[in-house]
Design a binder for this molecule. Sequence first.
Ligand code: F0G
Length: 354
Amino acid sequence: MAWQGLLKEYKEFLPVGENTPPLITLYEGNTPLYKLEKLSEKYEINAYAKFDGLNPTGSFKDRGMVMAMAKALEDGATAVICASTGNTSASAAAFAARAGLKCIVVIPNGKIAQGKLAQAVMYGAEIYAIDGNFDDALRYVRKTAETGKVALVNSVNPYRIEGQKTAAFEVVDELGQAPDYLFIPVGNAGNITAYWKGFKEYNEKKQTGLPKMMGFEASGAAAIVHNRVFENPETVGTAIRIGNPASWQGAVNARDESQGEIDEITDEQMIEAYQWIAQNEGVFAEPASCASVAGLLKKLEEGKIEKGSTVVTVLTGNGLKDPDTAIDYSEIKPTVLPNDEELIMNKILGSVKA
Ligand code: F0G
């Protein structure tokens, strides 16, 4: 049977009751788990990438948003609000359009990728671009939501975490059991919290095991790693440009309970992993997503991953969301040619090996 969307597929694990109609969906979830062939061979491990960039709005946020939006409808909300580094706002705007709710988004001005802004615009959100960062925006929307006039759909809304935990279910369903390690980018820390919850719930019900949770922050926004708020977070991975993660404690619990680690990677390491995985495995994920792959490469180089381990990296967003970073950092530039058949053919054929 065709995929029916997360609320129907994982109903027994989600807070979906008889009063949660309609079960809205954009057919989110059911994203591919790719074997990373070259990386696996090189390091003698079984490495995979869960590509959540293939969700309907191009990021993992759709998993949590479908749940949060269904609950907002159930509670009789007429409007939803979120702060965002871009993906949450794109997802909220899409599901609000689907659900017939008004969507208000607050974003850091000039600090979200173009594709994400285009999505919020296209799905018809009301957009406030503030002269502040994500942490400021989150503070304002939380206060606004306290009035009871709008429903908050950031991951501090527990329904977001409920929806997002389904990614862990899919990983386990595909592998037959939990991997040894789960590598994941950390921004506001909702997703690492959600994955850990998902792995634990599945293990309780099906004895599928638990991975070590390996979270990675950008070094310019590494609050959890350094155990202090970053007042002015900075990173090329704008999705995780967050200095005071709301689910800080959830991330620490996931790390400690799983005997995992939360570490940082530099922007250079992030960009290197971003280009490597596109050019060697054919997977184009957005820069912040690749904190997971960069983190895996870092731990492999430190010799911390045993040979034969099964490792899943989470690729949280689609590379097409951020064309500017792709082009700005690429060493590949189009060769501009005049409209001349002979010259064009000579140039092309000269570059092809005999
Ligand atoms: N990767 C991408 C592509 C993201 O958009 C985010 C968060 C993360 C990773 C980090 O996930 O916050 O659960 O630790 N983006 C949020 C947003 C903050 O507003 O779109 P997290």
